[in-house]
Design a protein around this ligand. Structure first.
Ligand code: MG
Length: 386
C-alpha cells in the first residue's frame, strides 16, 4: 500500500537558500526585477535558452531520429528534464527549501549532454582521451551557461546566480580545488545546498521509473522479466493486481510505477528530514559543513534503487536490442570528431573563433556536444560520412 503518511515537517527555514543573499549574486550586476526572484529569473533564462530547446532532439534512451524510436511518445532528454523538474519542485516544496532554485537546477541538469545519450558521451570522452582531455557533462553545462549562450548585449552567457552555477557543477559529484583550480569560485570545500543535492536523486528517480515504462512499452523488457528482476517493482505490482484484477497490463504497469515513484520520493524526503534533524542543523552553513551529503535514500531503498538500475543496464540500456543504435552513435561521433580535427575549416565561424583560446580539440568537442541527434547526422553527411 502507498503509506498514508502525514506530510513531512519542513526543515528549519535557515537551511533553504535565500534568494536575497550572497548566493543570488551574478557575475555582472543587474538591477533586481520588480516582481521576480533571482532564481525564478534563472529558471526562465534556462528555459528560454537554445541549449534547453535542443534537449528535445537529444536521446534519453531512444535516439530522436525519424527512423529510430519505436514510437513517438518515448522520453527525450527534454521530457526527462521536465519530469526531473516536477520531482525536484515537489521535494523542495515539501521540505521547505527554495523551490525556484531547485527548479532552475533541474531544468539545467542535462543541458551539457551530447547527442546520442550515454553512447554519444562515451564516444566523445574517448575521442578526447586520445588527446589527454576528457568530457564531463557538468563542466560542459557550466561552459554553456557562462559562455556559449548569447542572449545579452552586455555580456556572454546567461549571467546566472552563483547558486545556480554551483549547483550545475556539484549536483551529482564534488570537484577538488587542486584538480580544478578554475572552479574555486564554487566553494569546492563545502557541500552544495540541499536544493542542489536533491537534483541527483530526483534525476535517478525520474529515469528509473520512466525507463522501466519506456522499456516495457517498447517491448524490449517484458512485464514478467521486470516482476522477476526488479524487487522494487513487484510488491507494488502485486498490490495493483489485487486492487484491479481486470485491469489491462499496461494500466497495472502505470499504477505500479507511480507507486514506485511515490515510494522513492517519500523515502528521500523522510531521509533528508531525519538526517538534518540528527545533525541538529538549522542553517545552510551547517548543511555545507556536514561530513557528507544529506540527500540520500534509506539503506534499504538505496539497495533496491541500485539493483533496479543494474537491471536496466543489463536488460535495457546495454541489451542486444540497443547495440545497433550504440554502434551507430559511436561511429558518427568518432567519425565527425576525426573529420573536424583533420579539417577545422568545416567548423562554423563562431566555433573556429574559439580555437586560439580553447585549442582545436576542445573546440571540436564543444561543437559536437551541442548538437542534437538529427543535426549531427546532417553534419556527418555533409562531411562525407556514410
Ligand atoms: Mg538526467
Amino acid at each position: 500500500m502507498i503509506e498514508k503518511s502525514k506530510p513531512p515537517a519542513q526543515l528549519p527555514p535557515g537551511i533553504a537558500v535565500d534568494g536575497s543573499g550572497e548566493l543570488a549574486r551574478r557575475t555582472h550586476a543587474e538591477p533586481p526585477h520588480a516582481y521576480r526572484s533571482p532564481f525564478a529569473r534563472d529558471s526562465a533564462r534556462i528555459l528560454h535558452a537554445r541549449s534547453f530547446r535542443r534537449l528535445a532532439g537529444k536521446t534519453q534512451v531512444f535516439a530522436r531520429l525519424a527512423s529510430d524510436p519505436p514510437g513517438d511518445h518515448f522520453r527525450s532528454r527534454l521530457t526527462h528534464t521536465l519530469e526531473v523538474a516536477q520531482i525536484s519542485r515537489t521535494l523542495a516544496h515539501a521540505l521547505g527549501l527554495n523551490t525556484e532554485l531547485a527548479e532552475a537546477l533541474a531544468l539545467a541538469h542535462d543541458i551539457g549532454h551530447p547527442p546520442f545519450g550515454h553512447a554519444g558521451e562515451r564516444a566523445l570522452d574517448q575521442a578526447l582521451a586520445a588527446h589527454g582531455l576528457g568530457f564531463d557533462h557538468n563542466l560542459h553545462a557550466l561552459r554553456i551557461v557562462t559562455w556559449f549562450e548569447e542572449r545579452y548585449a552586455a555580456f556572454r552567457g546567461l549571467n546566472l546566480t552563483v547558486a545556480v552555477r554551483e549547483g550545475i557543477i556539484k549536483h551529482s559529484r564534488d570537484y577538488s580545488a587542486t584538480e580544478y583550480p578554475e572552479l574555486t569560485e564554487y566553494f569546492l570545500d563545502l557541500r552544495p545546498p540541499l536544493e542542489a543535492q536533491l537534483i541527483d536523486l530526483a534525476d535517478e528517480i525520474a529515469y528509473l521509473t520512466a525507463d522501466l515504462d519506456d522499456g516495457l512499452d517498447s517491448g524490449i523488457l517484458s512485464l514478467e522479466q521486470v516482476r522477476e528482476g526488479v524487487a522494487l517493482f513487484r510488491p507494488f505490482h502485486d498490490e495493483v493486481l489485487r486492487l484491479y484484477p481486470a485491469a489491462p497490463p499496461k494500466l497495472t504497469v502505470n499504477e505500479a510505477l507511480r507507486r514506485v515513484l511515490n515510494a522513492l520520493v517519500t523515502d528521500l524526503m523522510n531521509q533528508v528530514r531525519t538526517r538534518v534533524a540528527a545533525l541538529g542543523a538549522t542553517t545552510l552553513d551547517e548543511i555545507r559543513l556536514a561530513p557528507e551529503r544529506l540527500a540520500v535514500l534509506s539503506p534499504a531503498m538505496e539497495a533496491d534503487r541500485a539493483a533496479a538500475k543494474q537491471f536496466l543496464y543489463v536488460n535495457f540500456y546495454n541489451s542486444p536490442a540497443m547495440e545497433e543504435a550504440h554502434g551507430h552513435a559511436t561511429k558518427i561521433v568518432e567519425g565527425l570528431f576525426a573529420a573536424l580535427l583533420a579539417d577545422p575549416g568545416l567548423l562554423p565561424e563562431d566555433h573556429r573563433a574559439q580555437i586560439p583560446t580553447e585549442g582545436l580539440t576542445r573546440t571540436v568537442a564543444d561543437y559536437i556536444a551541442g548538437m542534437t541527434d538529427s543535426y549531427i547526422e546532417q553534419v556527418w553527411m555533409r562531411c562525407g560520412g556514410r
